[in-house]
Design a protein around this ligand. Structure first.
Ligand code: ADP
Length: 486
């Protein structure tokens, strides 16, 4: 990794608590590996419940004075943090590629995307306005003020090691919350790098703390059961989301959850097929299929099914799989062996039930966790891939005939994060947009993420929204003030 970095400034082998670079009790450590090569990148201390409790204490102690600072000052510090992220984007991107695998250009894109949330909430910090309400009686005045919920625990996944943290920490800090952040065990170095920059930006000790370790359940329990934490914000699997929500039930702790998806991607026969192919390509294969908004089920209307499949296959053959640091690579490795196994299971199950492999279909034999970008045709609803999130570079193509039928199939899932469709008839566009039971719908586009938009899911895909002007709501309480006897 160091050969890709200008300095080793961002590489610390500890967590970050109360403004100190500090580790566990020295008893245990874990290694961070490069998924493309298996190379060891760093050895970090195992931090667990005790260190998490210490970080919570620090965040608790810092919260009052952080919230008491004028919004303009919090805004300026966040802006500084953003500027440092931009100035060091190449360094942050290299760390991200090394620990997560995505191509360097995509990693750089993620850093800019992460920074865009920090910028957005630096601006939003100044606009946490309250409300006055006309009172129903003459002797009263009624108003609403907004206050930070308090200490927030964030738990984030490895697929966007930088952006998922920024998306939570920026709005939390903007409104006066303090944070204890637990990154995924596969990708702690990006979180540490963000903390290095937060420190450089002058964000005070205790406001943003990072706890690293492989015992997610132990750290998670401390965050959920420690009464000083007032809110949990989680991005990850629906199973873990359920555990956290259950654990938060005793204290009625607030939760924001951004969980799994099973995105339908629908191509109607009046669509611009080339645009639909491009949309499918980015929505499916971005991050090697490892995003919660990746197209997971591609429904193509009968008339255009073969043309779409052929054009998509031609594009897929142009994708280049390899080490994210190598020039021209567009798809990196999957995060770990278990991810390859899930992809293989889904393909084998589909093929056993009659699907055909139209492109790819296999892992690369030599080494690492690389998988060929794959297209399956003749997929139907009896197959595993129709129900479960694949989280890999496999595009299953389902055939459909009518609008009502495809809407029913698209909604036939417990998930409700993102959906996409391509069509041109306006009447149909509105009908489908309104009928899809999803928190986000891409219409004639495969890329929907933006700091300016509310990201989040319905049904079992989550609670709350991240990004946009709404993103602060998850970190605010409203307090109603009633002044009487006037
Ligand atoms: P993924 O499939 O993306 O790894 P997970 O939901 O397993 O999704 O992981 C997302 C984050 O949740 C990671 O930071 C992981 O360490 C953490 N995690 C896993 N299990 C638990 C748990 N029981 N309690 C709290 N955090 C957990």
């Amino acid at each position: 990794l160091t050969k890709h970095l200008k300095s080793t400034d961002f590489l610390r082998d500890t967590g970050y608590i109360d403004g100190n670079w500090t580790g566990g009790n020295g008893a245990a450590s874990f290694d961070v590996l490069n998924p493309a090569t298996g190379e060891k990148l760093a050895t970090l201390p195992e931090m667990g419940a005790a260190e998490t409790a210490a970080a919570i204490d620090a965040a608790y102690k810092a919260q009052g004075s952080w919230a008491a600072r004028p919004a303009k000052e919090r805004s300026a510090l966040l802006r500084k943090w953003h500027d440092l992220m931009i100035a060091n984007a190449d360094e942050l991107a290299a760390i991200l590629t090394a620990e997560m695998g995505k191509p360097l250009a995509d990693a750089r894109g993620e850093i800019l995307y992460a920074a865009s949330y920090v910028e957005w909430y630096a601006e939003e910090a100044k606009r946490i306005n309250g409300e006055t309400i006309p009172a129903p009686s003459a002797d009263k005045r009624m108003l609403v003020i907004k206050q930070p919920v308090g200490v927030v625990g964030t738990i984030t996944p490895w697929n966007f090691p930088s952006a998922m943290i920024a998306r939570k920490v920026a709005p939390a800090l903007a409104v006066g919350c303090t944070v204890v952040s637990k990154p995924a065990e596969q990708t702690p170095l990006s979180a540490i790098a963000l903390a290095v920059l937060a420190e450089k930006a002058g964000i005070p000790a205790g406001v943003f703390n990072v706890v690293v370790g492989t015992d997610g359940p132990a750290i998670g329990k401390e965050l959920c059961f420690n009464p000083k934490v007032r809110k949990i914000s989680f991005t990850g699997s629906t199973e873990v989301g359920r555990i956290l929500m259950r654990q938060c039930a005793d204290q009625i702790k607030k939760v924001s959850l951004e969980l799994g998806g099973n995105a339908p991607f629908i191509v109607f026969d009046d669509a611009d097929i080339d645009a639909a192919v491009e949309g499918a390509l980015v929505s499916k294969y971005r991050n090697a299929g490892q995003t919660c908004v990746c197209a997971n089920r591609i429904y193509v209307q009968s008339n255009v099914y073969d043309a779409f499949a052929e054009k998509l296959a031609a594009k897929v053959r142009e994708l280049s799989v390899g080490n994210g640091f190598d020039k021209g690579v567009t798809i990196g490795p999957l995060i770990e062996e278990a991810a390859i196994m899930k992809v293989e299971t889904h393909i084998a199950d589909a093929v056993a039930k009659g699907a055909k492999v139209a492109a790819g279909g296999k892992r690369f034999a030599d080494e690492g966790t690389f998988f060929q970008p794959t297209i399956l045709t003749g997929v139907d609803r009896t197959m595993k891939i129709a129900r479960e999130e694949t989280f890999g570079p496999v595009a299953p193509l389902f055939r459909f005939d009518t609008v009502d039928d495809v809407i029913a199939q698209a909604n036939d899932t417990e998930f409700g994060l993102a959906a996409y469709f391509f069509a041109s008839d306006l009447k149909k566009v509105w009908k489908v947009a309104e009928a899809l039971e999803y928190g986000m719908v891409g219409i004639n586009t495969g890329l929907i993420s933006s700091e300016a938009a509310p990201f989040g899911g319905i049904k079992q895909s989550g609670l709350g929204r991240e990004g946009s002007t709404h993103g602060v709501d998850d970190y605010l309480e409203m307090k109603y003030l009633c002044m009487g006897n006037l």
